[in-house]
Design a protein around this ligand. Structure first.
Ligand SMILES: Cc1cc2nc3c(=O)[nH]c(=O)nc-3n(C[C@H](O)[C@H](O)[C@H](O)COP(=O)(O)OP(=O)(O)OC[C@H]3O[C@@H](n4cnc5c(N)ncnc54)[C@H](O)[C@@H]3O)c2cc1C
Length: 387
């Protein structure tokens, strides 16, 4: 097993690392951010910088203007980007756009690519992905989908309410998951300014790292022409899987970068801050936390690399991506939590970026499948293998 990086990837890693540390991190204190994420003018400035460096939307195919990164290559680049809270926004590799780009490259037709995917890859616009609904609709169990799509002539008429829709405010278009009269699920593409779509409100969330925050979106008799069905009618859940396995893994990568940043800050503090006559890190209680961090970071990295490698071999990797997602979400959250503790009072203030990372990372154990659901689905497969 060869873990060494080929020269082109080492070069790219170095380039992304210096871009993030020298150009993006200074923007972390930019005032154009609030509890619903970076403002559009800040996003545009960051995107322009990444474009100038040739680092914009690197996961998109070369044909579309990206770097055509494989999953393993993404594992190197996205972790570096994640080192800054603004890195994924700058490089146009944040959720939900990153996953939407991946899905649309696989499934969208040429007309849809020209209308929506190309401006998305250029970073000119943002998108959102609308699946989750308030009870009794789809949540951890996506099959509880309540939003309906009724065929009417050449149109589909969509009605329902979605929530937690990341980036809905300010998005130019949405991928909407709705169920047909026969109960099957279909994905639809729609501009956000069509009559019948209303972003009712933004939700107050613990995190503030996604442009546009998280919105409640109402669809009231939204008419979508059948040419705007994404892929084939009735294949919504299959396409959700195409999007989800890689999208889960890229969350693991970006959050690994964030956890590594928090750890580096904690190491620096533990090495220099004195207590009871010695540096903090020489106290066993603190030193062990640093060692535990190192183990959690390394375990996350190995799960990411292995699962990325499987996806590059053409495997669907559903089981492995569930495993990686759960391991990484929990390990990376533990790392950041320990960093808060090591920093003492400063850990819960904005004196360092660690507090923001702590608030931003928590939801990762819930979205793209809560840990419990991944464990439950893995358990079913483990038991099934016995029979
Ligand atoms: C910050 C954030 C961003 C999001 N962005 C988007 C987005 O852009 N688009 C979108 O469509 N959705 C988005 N979501 C929604 C997210 O995918 C859902 O929150 C998630 O699927 C859980 O659904 P729910 O909130 O309805 O929880 P519920 O379905 O009500 O589940 C609640 C809890 O029950 C437990 N549980 C559920 N099933 C099982 C089981 N089988 N075994 C054991 N325990 C179980 C889990 O602990 C779970 O957390 C986002 C959520 C958050 C927090």
């Amino acid at each position: 097993m060869d873990f060494s990086l080929p020269p082109h990837l080492t070069e790219l890693q170095t380039k992304v690392r210096s871009f993030i540390r020298e150009k993006v991190i200074p923007f972390e204190s930019d005032s154009r951010q609030d509890s619903h994420g970076p403002h559009e003018s800040l996003r545009k400035d960051l995107i322009d910088m990444a474009r100038a460096e040739g680092l914009l939307t690197p996961h998109a195919s070369r044909e579309l203007g990206g770097l055509g990164l494989s999953h393993v290559e993404k594992a190197i680049v996205f972790v570096e980007a994640g080192y800054s809270t603004l890195g994924p926004t700058a490089m146009n590799i944040h959720a939900p756009d990153e996953g939407n780009i991946h899905l649309m490259e696989v499934v969208a037709n040429e007309d849809q690519k020209n209308r929506w995917l190309k401006p998305l890859v250029r970073g000119d616009i943002r998108s959102c992905f609308a699946m989750t609904e308030p009870a009794p609709g789809a949540g951890a169990d996506p099959s509880m989908l309540n939003t309906t799509a009724i065929k009417d002539g050449d149109d589909y008429v969509i009605s329902g309410t979605k929530w937690f829709i990341t980036g809905a405010t300010g998005a130019s278009f949405a991928i909407i998951m709705a169920k047909l009269e026969d109960g099957s699920a279909t994905m639809f593409l729609s501009d956000m300014d069509r009559p019948g779509i209303n972003v009712v409100r933004q939700m107050d969330a613990l995190d503030s790292c996604f442009a546009g925050g998280h919105g409640v979106v109402e669809f009231k008799d939204l008419r979508i022409p059948s040419r705007d069905v994404l892929g084939e009618v009735g294949k919504g859940f299959r396409y959700a899987q195409i999007r989800l396995a890689p999208a889960r893994l890229t969350h693991c990568m970006r959050w690994l970068g964030q956890a590594q940043r928090a750890h580096d800050i904690a190491v620096e503090y533990a090495s220099t801050r004195q207590a009871f006559g010695v540096a903090l890190g020489t106290h066993e209680g603190v030193g062990y936390m640093l060692a535990d961090n190192d183990m959690d970071l390394h375990t996350s990295r190995l799960h990411i690399w292995h699962t990325a490698w499987l996806l590059d071999q053409g495997e669907r990797g559903n089981f492995e991506s569930s495993r990686a997602k759960t391991v990484c979400a929990e390990a990376e959250c533990r790392v950041v939590d320990r960093c808060v503790q090591i920093l003492g009072g400063q850990g819960v203030t904005s004196e360092t970026i660690v507090m923001k990372i702590f608030k931003d990372i928590r939801a990762f154990r819930i979205y793209d499948g809560p840990s419990e659901v991944h464990r439950w689905s893995m358990a079913k497969k483990i038991i099934a293998q016995q029979h």
